[in-house]
Design a protein around this ligand. Structure first.
Ligand SMILES: *[C@@H]1O[C@H](CO)[C@@H](O)[C@H](O)[C@H]1NC(C)=O
Ligand SMILES: *[C@@H]1O[C@H](CO)[C@@H](O)[C@H](O)[C@H]1NC(C)=O
Ligand SMILES: *[C@@H]1O[C@H](CO)[C@@H](O)[C@H](O)[C@H]1NC(C)=O
Ligand SMILES: *[C@@H]1O[C@H](CO)[C@@H](O)[C@H](O)[C@H]1NC(C)=O
Ligand SMILES: *[C@@H]1O[C@H](CO)[C@@H](O)[C@H](O)[C@H]1NC(C)=O
Ligand SMILES: *[C@@H]1O[C@H](CO)[C@@H](O)[C@H](O)[C@H]1NC(C)=O
Ligand SMILES: *[C@@H]1O[C@H](CO)[C@@H](O)[C@H](O)[C@H]1NC(C)=O
Length: 361
């Protein structure tokens, strides 16, 4: 799909990379961890490495501190400075991962002035080595009107995971969401950075309430106050993406000045009409998004009977190696009937942890 020309300045202005500033967000939303965390009996980290950050388990290949405590790209940091709770982050790297927030102030559809971008580390919510997934918080983009004409103060949120990093946006767990009375939110995956002309791939969705807020219904996201678009499963690897908007007038700017757009884990987002009044307040850290991870640029799974490559990550007995479709990377899994962490010695056990939980998905 070609990029509509009037959209370009809006998106490009949003892509301004600027000074790094580590934004500290207030943290008061209650933390919901993955159920695996309660399976405390299993050892998840290499000996001598910190395996918890507050309530969040840090299974190898994730880790912090000494280089032997994590594999390349899996370094994390635990921020204990907040009075609320310790917070776990993917270690910030200039080539990713990081998230960037750009403020835009424009008075027409022809684009406007960008305030550059604040970049900050991506916060982790939980990690599952069994599924090779990590859940992170990602901020919400917004598009706010200060009067009936097109005068927007917008916040554009994008994520750079890094082309060489181990993380990808999960195309199966996440969806694009728009919240607003007349919003068309769209996912953008190319910002023309470093002169690279990668194809923009833009699922979008439209919500139009026809000026009637009463059409919006709690729990229903089907184009009235809330809209949702799936990501095609055959999408290219999604390492650099954000959510923007097609310019649309906000007829209800007096009562509901802002439109919102975000990527979110589908099963965790439930539309509420309150979201039309200000979704950022409800999700101060951002909304949960699932990332897939894999061991990247360290070879691939050895063909059967052949020697393991140096640095081979599937070190547990009773674990197996699975090549991913992206190429040049692989994941480790415990064999059937085994549970635990395939990335550490003797990490896969033939017993289940004390508490047995139903799988969420
Ligand atoms: C861990 O979780 C429990 C229960 O949810 C909570 O009461 C406790 O404050 C949490 N501790 C930290 C350090 O976050
Ligand atoms: C947006 O621009 C207007 C006009 O230049 C200015 O008065 C206003 O303070 C700006 N707002 C922000 C948030 O930068
Ligand atoms: C909307 O606000 C802008 C800037 O504050 C102003 O220039 C414009 O005249 C306003 N439009 C209307 C219709 O009030
Ligand atoms: C940042 O990422 C690049 C590319 O993945 C990597 O080569 C480099 O070592 C990383 N830097 C740090 C400080 O981790
Ligand atoms: C979503 O929220 C509505 C009320 O706002 C509730 O009735 C419904 O059960 C919720 N759905 C899910 C899947 O949580
Ligand atoms: C993984 O991919 C490599 C390179 O394509 C291939 O040589 C190898 O046989 C594959 N291993 C498995 C177990 O499929
Ligand atoms: C792996 O499985 C074999 C049997 O297939 C068993 O003898 C061995 O103890 C297992 N290893 C671990 C670490 O559980």
């Amino acid at each position: 799909m070609p990029i509509p020309s009037q959209l370009l300045p809006f998106l490009l202005a949003a892509a301004v990379v600027a000074a790094e500033a580590h934004l500290i967000l207030p943290a008061f939303a209650e933390h919901q961890g993955r159920e695996e965390q309660e399976q405390q009996q299993a050892v998840v980290e290499r000996p001598g490495c910190q395996d918890m950050c507050g309530n969040i388990s840090i299974p190898f290949p994730f880790g912090m501190g000494k280089p032997r405590c994590f594999l390349p790209g899996f370094k994390v940091t635990c921020d204990t400075s907040s009075s609320n709770r310790p917070r776990l982050f993917l270690a910030y790297n200039i080539s990713g991962p990081f998230q960037r927030t750009s403020a835009l102030n424009h008075t027409s559809t022809k684009g406007g002035t960008g305030s550059g971008g604040n970049t900050n580390a991506v916060e982790l919510m939980d990690i599952s080595v069994a599924d090779n997934e990590a859940r992170v918080y990602i901020g919400v983009s917004s598009d706010c009107s200060t009067n009936g004409s097109r005068h927007f103060l917008a916040k554009f949120q994008d994520i750079v995971l890094g082309d060489d990093g181990p993380f990808l946006l999960s195309a199966t767990h996440n969806v694009l969401i728009g919240v607003g009375s007349n919003v068309e939110s769209m996912m953008v995956t190319s910002f023309g950075e470093r002169g690279k002309e990668t194809k923009a791939y833009m699922p979008s969705c439209l919500s139009n309430l026809m000026r009637r807020l009463q059409y919006a219904t709690d729990g229903t996201c089907s184009g009235l106050g809330c809209c949702l678009a799936a990501l095609p499963p055959n999408a290219p690897p999604l390492t650099n993406f954000g959510v923007g908007f097609m310019p649309r007038p906000n007829y209800l700017w007096k009562t509901n000045p802002c439109f919102y757009g975000m990527l979110a884990e589908k099963s965790r987002y439930n539309f509420s009409t309150h979201d039309l009044n200000g979704i950022e307040v409800l999700y101060p850290e951002g909304v949960p998004v699932v990332l897939d991870f894999a061991i990247r640029n360290l070879g691939w799974c050895p063909p059967e009977g052949q020697q393991q490559p140096p640095g081979y990550a599937c070190v547990s007995s009773n674990s197996t190696c699975v090549n991913t479709t992206r190429g040049n990377d692989y994941v480790c899994k415990c064999l059937e009937h085994y549970h635990g962490n395939p990335y550490i010695t003797d990490g896969c056990h033939g017993w289940k942890a004390m508490t047995v939980h139903a799988k969420q998905e």
